[in-house]
Design a protein around this ligand. Structure first.
Ligand code: NAP
Length: 523
């Protein structure tokens, strides 16, 4: 029998009635768990979070909140092997994919735990320097961030069940806003087990975390202007949220992390065989195949100088054809299946769209024999590289994100055209440049920075210590303009702003500074 995954609402575990959504093992299509949210009291749940969780959380200082975050991080670390097994069984993760998700979750919680310890025994944040407003020094203005009095609703994508839960929760919790977290149903088991451990361990004050396991139902109808929605997922669902009648009429704050056509560029100064070129090739192959390319930060568009195009193609094809695709429960497997049958359909159709405009270098949409999978079962596709020799701004590859192990290699002649083509992606999370030519790097960065949340500069000197562009670091912003959703998450303390209310205080300087003194680090 499949495990029933319940929701944790109003301080208790509750199962929905009616038909249950199935969670399957994407390697063999067998049902591994199920969940329903039908008939659950979602209005009562958000009210409970606001009424019970809000005061519990706001009564704690930043330092106290940080101490709890550290315990949550350790709880994930202690269950690492169990969680890896869930990632293999429910998300098609290899061990290494699952570790990336799980370790990313605990590292982000720990980062915010440490950041909290530097904020002192305070419950608000001072926003920049105050300013004089009159002729005397007495009349003064100061911006301050204070906790909102609502609930943070987190809606996550299927690809990072552990990290998605933790990276959002670390920030809203530290800011002082109780959270209701909703994972994508298809891969919810991992997030469910983490929350179950936190609840069983009594690690969280009552009401500060609720968990909705299954379809979202009418949850959003219960939100108000003190609440915040942080969404990660497809541009299509994001568009529905942007026009949701209650979110619009109540002006509920909404942050969107959506699609992205991330680029990687190898500079004209980089010769193949150099450290910088090896870094470029390793990053491209990792970003294409990690989690079977189901990463919002995966590299989708690859640019090489025209004269090097064929050589780059050859080296990429060589590496990509070596990637062994199969059931991640098998030791030999280096890349697992896509997470769901919908994903398989969408990736195959995306590959066909790209194939209509570009030449297939390796892979493709035909069924393949996967290591250890029953014949004809599983949502497998091979790493797939297209080559587009005459790229244009309106190409399908600049409009459509194929959310799988798929990328297109293209040539460029000059910086102006390169920047134009990258910008044609409509706004992205992260792009990476591999070059030690400062002039080239300067021109490209200046050109593409307005279209990105993050730009990674890789080169010879960083080859041994560089972090792959697809790794989201809590110190730096995650998000991006346009197609990427226009949102911002993480970035150290910046991430907290989403969950806080910025208020301008205007009045007597001494009184304002007494009420809201600058922070003193904890002793
Ligand atoms: P999705 O289909 O948009 O689903 C995302 C989440 O939204 C799921 O939890 C889903 O719940 C929920 N949802 C679906 N319909 C909803 C509605 N009407 N109202 C409220 N919530 C609703 O996306 P996905 O397939 O899980 O994820 C893949 C996409 O996410 C890709 O396009 C990828 O680029 C993007 N992504 C972006 C980032 C980023 O940080 N920018 C990170 C990861 C993924 P159910 O599962 O219950 O339907």
């Amino acid at each position: 029998m499949a495990t029933e995954l319940k929701s944790y609402l109003s301080g208790k575990w509750q199962g929905g009635s009616g038909k249950k959504a199935a969670l399957v093992n994407p390697s063999n299509e067998e049902r591994v768990a199920e969940a329903s949210t039908e008939g659950l009291g979602l209005g009562a749940a958000v009210e409970f979070a606001r009424r019970v969780g809000g005061p519990n959380l706001r009564s704690m200082t930043f330092v106290q909140r940080g101490e709890i975050l550290a315990k949550l991080a350790r709880s994930i670390g202690d269950a690492r092997e169990e969680l890896i097994a869930i990632g293999i069984a429910n998300a098609g993760n290899t061990r290494s994919d699952a570790k990336f998700d799980i370790d990313g979750a605990s590292a982000t919680l720990m980062y915010y735990a440490e950041l909290a310890s530097s904020l002192g025994d305070s419950r608000f944040l001072i926003d920049g320097d105050g300013t004089g407003l009159g002729r005397s020094a007495r009349l003064y203005g100061q911006h301050v961030f204070v906790a909102r009095q609502g609930v943070a609703v987190h809606i996550n994508a299927f690809n990072f069940p552990a990290w998605g839960l933790a990276e959002k929760f670390a920030v809203s919790f530290l800011a002082g806003l109780p959270t209701l977290s909703k994972p994508a149903t298809a891969t919810a088991w991992m997030a469910h087990r983490i929350v179950e451990r936190w609840v069983e361990g009594g690690l969280l004050p009552e009401g500060v975390l609720s968990f909705l396991c299954g379809p979202v139902g009418n949850l959003l109808n219960h939100l108000t202007g003190q609440d915040v929605v942080a969404f990660t997922g497809s541009g299509e669902t994001a568009a529905r949220l942007r026009s949701h009648p209650v979110l619009c009429s109540a002006n509920v704050r909404l942050n969107v992390e959506a699609d992205s056509l991330n680029a990687a560029v190898i500079g004209p100064d980089v010769s193949l065989g150099s450290e910088a070129s090896n870094l470029f090739l390793a990053d491209v192959v990792r970003e294409m195949t990690q989690k079977a390319g189901q990463k919002c930060t995966a590299i989708r568009r690859i640019y090489a100088p025209s004269k090097q195009l064929d050589e780059v193609r050859e080296r990429l094809v060589e590496r990509l054809t070596e990637v062994r695709v199969g059931d991640p429960a098998q030791e030999k497997t280096a890349m697992g299946p896509l997470a769901t049958s919908d994903q398989l359909e969408s990736v195959r159709s995306g590959m066909n769209q790209l194939a209509a405009e570009a030449e297939l270098a390796t892979g493709g949409s035909k069924p393949l024999t996967a290591i250890g999978a029953p014949v004809g079962k599983g949502y497998f596709v091979p790493p797939t590289l297209f080559v587009k020799r005459e790229p244009g701004a309106t190409d399908a590859l600049n409009r459509h994100e194929v959310f799988g192990p798929v990328a297109t290699l293209m040539p460029y002649e000059d910086v102006g055209r390169l920047v134009e083509l990258i910008a044609a992606g409509g706004g992205g999370l992260v792009s990476a440049l591999y070059s030690d030519d400062r002039k080239f790097v300067g021109e490209v960065v200046t050109g593409i920075a307005p279209f990105h949340g993050r730009v990674v500069l890789g080169g010879e000197k960083l080859a041994g210590q560089s972090v792959s562009p697809g790794t989201v670091l809590p110190q730096l912003l995650h998000g991006g303009p346009g197609r990427a959703g226009g949102g911002e998450e993480l970035g150290g303390l910046r991430g907290l702003q989403l969950y806080l209310n910025r208020v301008a205080l205007q009045g007597d300087r001494a009184l304002i500074q007494q009420l809201f003194p600058p922070h003193r680090p904890a002793q």
